[in-house]
Design a protein. Structure first.
Length: 41
């Protein structure tokens, strides 16, 4: 595997981790908002 391939793989893995992290944060905020709305009723 060439160094260019390794750099590309690492870049792709990093961007995928950021995407998954963002999705996780989104779900946490979503559940938090739903909980606040339900308690407020």
């Amino acid at each position: 595997m060439t160094p260019e391939d390794e750099t590309e793989l690492k870049r792709r893995r990093t961007s995928r981790n950021y995407a998954l992290g963002g999705l996780l944060v989104f779900f946490v905020i979503l559940f938090y908002a739903i909980t606040i709305v339900r308690i407020g009723e």
